[in-house]
Design a protein around this ligand. Structure first.
Ligand SMILES: Nc1ncnc2c1ncn2[C@@H]1O[C@H](COP(=O)(O)OP(=O)(O)OP(=O)(O)O)[C@@H](O)[C@H]1O
Length: 220
């Protein structure tokens, strides 16, 4: 199960490193993950694959600090003083994490402040993030009035309005059309080019051709 993804951007010299060793996680008293090990550095991406129920979401939730480990180690190095992985990571789940009655702008204002209360030059403004995901025209619309793909694009904008070096993405392309998929692939490549790292669970190609792959088979 161990996999070492190769470097998509050899020129990126980043001290950022995420290492996971012998991770085991149980859910509902049943082992879901066992012996999961991988390591990746700034500039790299890891694509997590596996059948339904293999434990992809479980792995991401564990990395995000939302599920306890039964065994194993997870370490993030080189991210600065506040080096705890959950505080350094954006976690994009299946759910979009937005309030239906608030406008897109209001939702992103909340996330920007919540995720990064201090101004950070590496973060995009809300207007910039909405432009990147092609939703400038809907900034005042209530989130609940958006289409499924527009909602997902809004959720992706959340990754941009606060800077976090680690992106944990669960099926990020769900409901996105072809153009939006290509745009988001470029956003992910840009994040890696700037020294960030990505762990993404997916059933379909993400457009990160040089990413490593971790194929989960589920715990025996
Ligand atoms: N809240 C829960 N309580 C108990 N078991 C759970 C819970 N959530 C998930 N599981 C179990 O954990 C296992 C792994 O689920 P997980 O969602 O991580 O799989 P996945 O690989 O992401 O699947 P999919 O491709 O369907 O999204 C499954 O067998 C599932 O039934």
């Amino acid at each position: 199960m161990e996999k070492s993804p190769h470097r998509p951007h050899a020129d990126v010299q980043s001290a950022l490193r995420l290492s996971v060793e012998n991770l085991a996680v149980s859910r509902g008293g049943r082992p879901v993950l066992a012996g999961v090990s991988f390591a990746l550095s700034g500039g790299e991406a890891l694509v997590v694959t596996g059948r339904n129920g293999a434990g992809k979401s479980t792995l991401l939730r564990t990395l995000a600090g939302l599920l306890p480990r039964a065994a194993g180690e997870m370490r993030l190095e080189g991210a600065g003083e506040e080096a705890e992985l959950p505080q350094q990571a954006h976690y994009l789940a299946h759910a979009d994490g937005m309030k239906a009655a608030l406008s897109l702008e209001e939702n992103l204002e909340f996330w920007s402040f919540y995720l990064s209360p201090a101004a950070d030059p590496r973060a995009r403004t809300i207007a910039e993030a909405l432009a990147v995901v092609g939703l400038s025209f809907a900034s005042r619309a209530p989130f609940g009035a958006l289409s499924a793909g527009q909602k997902r694009r809004a959720a992706l904008a959340r990754l941009l309005v606060a800077f976090r070096p680690v992106w944990l993405l669960d099926e990020p392309l769900t409901a996105l059309d072809k153009v939006s998929r290509e745009k988001f692939a470029a956003v992910m490549r840009d994040h890696c080019a700037k020294g960030g790292l990505i762990v993404a669970a997916t059933h379909e190609p993400l457009g990160l051709e040089e990413a490593g792959e971790l194929a989960l088979g589920g715990a025996k």
